[in-house]
Write a protein that binds this ligand. Sequence first.
Ligand code: ISC
Length: 360
Amino acid sequence: MKFIEINIINLYKKIIKKYYNNESFVLFKKPYENKIYFYSCSNNRKIKIKENFFLIGSFNHKNIIKIYTNEIYFIDIKKIIFSKKLITIPSSFLDISFSHLIYSYEYKKLLKKAIRFIKNNYFKKIVLSRIIKIPFQNFYLKKTFQKLIFSYPNSFISLWYDFSYGFWIGASPELLIKCNNKKLKTVALAGTISTLENKNKWTKKEIEEHKIVIEYITTFLKKYYSGILSIGKTKILNLGTIAHLETPINFSFFKKPNFYEILENIYPTPSICGYPKKKSLDFIQKYEGYNRNFYTGYFGPVDKINMELYLNLRCARIKMDKKEINLYAGSGITIHSNVDQEYLETENKIKNIFSKFIFN
Ligand SMILES: C=C(O[C@H]1C=CC=C(C(=O)O)[C@@H]1O)C(=O)O
């Protein structure tokens, strides 16, 4: 596979060409790296290198997109001169006004119902979510992408387009799996606080919901695979106005596993679905009341020996034709949850990403 460095002007030319040809593409930057990669499909080319692609899966597993690429282009972000204006522009969110975060009576009712189910021992944890639709006049995808890169160096920044599903943009803090040969890396990421209100005040609730994810992942690995498990120290991941608990988990397999089989079985984890899996998934499908689509799905680059997938969180779907942005956020509900606080958590997560979106 060829890696080709290009400059930003040529990259934008390529993107525009792809878009007008209705061809899929993705731009992404991995956490803590300085490169933006560009994968794109070509409708014309008959020979596709089947081993290199960007995989995108929806939450319900029904929609799978593979962006096969014959060349991988990249740009070095150290060579991009970000405009000062972009960095210092105050949050567009302030202009858009809080009125868009419509009070959702229905969502609070759903949270209450989930807590009732937990109290009746139906499940231990469930991650519920909601969608917010915001109309726009002028939305700047390019500047927003750059702003996300600049604002969240510890996240997986992505912008992808597919003719059937439109544009999706986001800054996800959560690695699902990174597999290479006999090694697997993952994280348990769950438990959120607002850094504006509670400076490092982690309660029983966040610690509990985080523990459920660690237990789920480690039990899964030990049950199905032989190898050496190592659980790292729990850290705090800061993302602007919110912070999460994050625990790295590594596994060395004695025998090279099938990565697709791992994906199939580990997903969806209790950081986006719940525990036990089947019961929480059924509840989501029955009561959440909207289609999550690619939100809480997974995505990332795959080749012959590597699979590096992230969960699609802190993301938005941009409907260019309708001039509407769909934003998504959820939170983990446990026995210790408080309805108003869970509601506020989804609001904070939405504000956190939306505040980086650039309009007029
Ligand atoms: C489901 C989301 O977050 C998950 C990932 C990290 C922390 C979470 C939490 O604290 O609830 C969620 O499990 C979301 O951001 O929409």
